[in-house]
Design a protein around this ligand. Structure first.
Ligand code: ADP
Length: 610
């Protein structure tokens, strides 16, 4: 085929055909490639072809010579060799590169292993700590104690002149979020000294000896900047009792602790370095840490009481625009058990909700939304009016109704059928009694009232749907009831077992100390009595709940209808409905019913509402 007058390659002739063509004088010239063992043929008629040949092909050479066809020899072996050389060179380079990379990586690992010891505590330079005592609220006594530390850091001469030694270590004990870190920072801020902080868990690495060298390093850096504060968070991570633990202790942890003790002994009295450590498990700390000259001051920071909560809310409200109608004292009452961190979070969530609704001030609605979000989770889509919704309605109305019927029970805050993510279909929330919360004293009658209210859900299901239709929805309530009953019998002496405390405070077992001591400290017979009494307390509370709800079936129906219609009933409105209904129907009082219903039950259990 010809294209634009140029010749193209035609199918190659066979070797013998090539010889024939050569002899017949049809070939114009030949070009022999040594490397590829082929010959390129150009025919007189313009065709071209490539024919494979033998290496060192004498016959072809002779034939071409006889036919007088010009033959050129192309020696392309050199090109091939260069290409091979380049390829080989690249391979070697690649290997060398890989090797270098490997060596560098392992050198880095080795370097890191060697440099593990030098800790990098987050250092804040003098005056860098902006926190002041006024930013920490609700823990007055702790602040007073620590004021002394500030004075020492600022004017050490006042103490040294009269020969006083200031404590080297202060242990801050309290649940998470109560402001221990904040307080430590406030001391540094007030005294205007550098603040070194580190979590004890950061000391312990997988290499033995690293923790100890980190402790040394931290103290070395701190001493260079004295006076200063060293703050060690979660000190129980290294300060646990030595020699404890199954199969011996953790060597690395023990070495770290030993180093910490040595360093504390090592710095001279009044050297200006004050060590503050925080923990929420003082029970597991090694007693050597508490000796004089080490952490000889212990300051307990508990969850704030109502006034404390109000003060903390006020601190965090300083930087946020609150609507004039918001009463922080009311919000402090509604947040029992909240830590400082929870309260800070509450205001923050409220601020987020406010921003989301394009409002300029945080109002009660935003705070209510935030509280619900924190305590109950996010709202889920409302349930359709179905049998399930009705069942949950009766369950919650059972709880809510009993809060109004049982004297001494915590009053109802609200009952709602708005579901929450996490499978909560609705809830009835009580407002815990402030006096009880603040005093920390809980009476037997109060606990019994809580049992009856907690079983109100199950009781309502029993009354309305019958014993065969009760649901597992009450399992959370039952957990709580069992725990309260057990504590009443084994810890508070609230049962016929007598005034004995048979169990500890239920704190988690500390492996290595309590683990092997799993035998309960009472006889099997007592154990059986405890179980029987727990059951009896719970059953009689259920009997009382049923006895109070049974004659009020019509009222329950009315309240459930209202709840399904409105989805939420506030405590006030709920109580108003109950009061008017009670006045119209003259029901027997709670205590009278309780006594009728539980003739067989333990005397003290029947005293609910008396
Ligand atoms: P802890 O160290 O006890 O776990 P933090 O000091 O880290 O608790 O507290 C976390 C946050 O909670 C603080 O930054 C602060 O915003 C808030 N907070 C906690 N307690 C208080 C308090 N008493 N006063 C003001 N804010 C507090």
């Amino acid at each position: 085929m010809r294209l634009n007058g140029l010749s193209t390659r035609d199918p190659a002739p066979s070797y013998s055909q090539l010889l024939k063509d050569l002899r017949a004088g049809k070939v114009k010239d030949l070009e022999l490639s040594l490397q590829q063992r082929e010959v390129r043929v150009r025919f007189d008629d313009g065709r071209q072809a490539t024919v494979p040949v033998f290496s060192n092909d004498q016959l072809l050479l002779r034939t071409a010579e006889q036919a007088k066809v010009p033959l050129t020899v192309r020696d392309d072996r050199a090109d091939g060799a260069t290409a091979g050389l380049v390829a080989n060179g690249l391979l070697v380079l690649l290997l060398l590169g890989g090797l270098a990379l490997l060596i560098r990586r392992s050198a880095q690992v080795a370097n890191r292993a060697m440099g593990f010891g030098s800790s990098k505590p987050r250092l804040q330079e003098e005056g860098g700590v902006a926190v002041r005592f006024e930013d920490v609220a609700g823990i007055g006594e702790a602040k007073e104690e620590l004021q002394e530390v500030v004075t020492f850091l600022k004017e050490p001469e006042r103490f040294t002149a009269v020969g006083a030694k200031i404590p080297k270590g202060v242990l801050l004990v309290g649940p998470p979020g109560t402001g221990k870190t904040l307080l430590a920072r406030a001391i540094a801020g007030e005294a205007g000294v550098p603040f070194f902080s580190m979590a004890a868990s950061e000391f312990v690495e997988m290499f033995v000896g690293v923790g100890a060298s980190r402790v040394r390093d931290l103290f070395r850096k701190a001493k260079a900047k004295a006076p200063c504060i060293i703050f060690i968070d979660e000190v129980d991570a290294v300060g646990r009792q030595r020699g404890a633990g199954i199969g011996g202790g953790n060597d690395e942890r023990e070495q770290t602790l030993n180093q910490l003790l040595t360093e504390m002994d090592g710095f001279a009295d009044n050297s200006g370095v004050i060590l503050l450590a925080a923990t929420n498990r003082p029970d597991v700390l090694d007693s050597a840490l508490m000796r004089p000259g080490r952490f000889d001051r212990r300051i307990t920071i508990d969850l704030p009481d109502r006034r404390g909560r109000e003060a903390i809310l006020a601190v965090h409200a300083r930087s946020r625009p609150l609507a004039g109608a918001v009463s922080l004292s009311a919000w402090a009452s509604r947040t029992p058990g909240f830590s400082g961190a929870d309260l800070a979070n509450l205001l923050n969530e409220a601020a987020i909700l406010t921003a989301r609704h394009h409002q300029s001030e945080i109002d009660d609605g935003a705070l209510a939304g935030a509280l619900e979000r924190i305590t109950m989770g996010l709202t889920a889509a409302p349930l359709q009016d179905s049998a399930k919704k009705r069942l949950i309605g009766y369950h919650e109305v059972g709880h809510a109704l009993l809060t109004t019927l049982v004297p001494k029970a915590d009053p109802l805050d609200k009952v709602t059928l708005l579901p929450r993510s996490g499978g909560v279909g609705g809830f009835a929330r009580m407002m815990p009694d402030e006096e009880i919360l603040d005093s920390g004293l809980i009476s037997k009658a109060y606990l019994q009232a809580r049992l009856v209210v907690a079983l109100g859900g199950r009781a309502a299901e029993l009354v309305v749907f019958g014993p065969a239709e009760v649901t597992q929805g009450a399992s959370g309530d039952l957990d709580m009831v069992t725990r309260i009953c057990r504590e009443m019998v084994t810890r508070y002496g609230f049962s016929s077992l007598g005034p004995v405390a048979l169990e500890g405070d239920g704190a988690e077992v500390f492996l290595g100390r309590d683990w092997l001591r799993s035998e309960p400290p009472y006889s099997r017979e007592t154990g059986n009595r405890i179980d029987a009494l727990v059951r009896e307390l719970a059953s009689s509370a259920l009997d009382q709940a049923v006895a109070l709800l049974q004659p009020r079936r019509a009222l329950m129906d009315e309240l459930v209808e209202m709840l399904i219609r409105d989805e939420t009933i506030e405590g006030e409105a709920f109580r108003a409905v109950v009061t008017s209904h009670e006045a119209a129907h003259q029901q027997p009082t709670g205590s009278a019913v309780a006594l009728q219903a539980t003739g067989k039950a333990d005397v003290e259990a029947a005293q609910v509402g008396v």
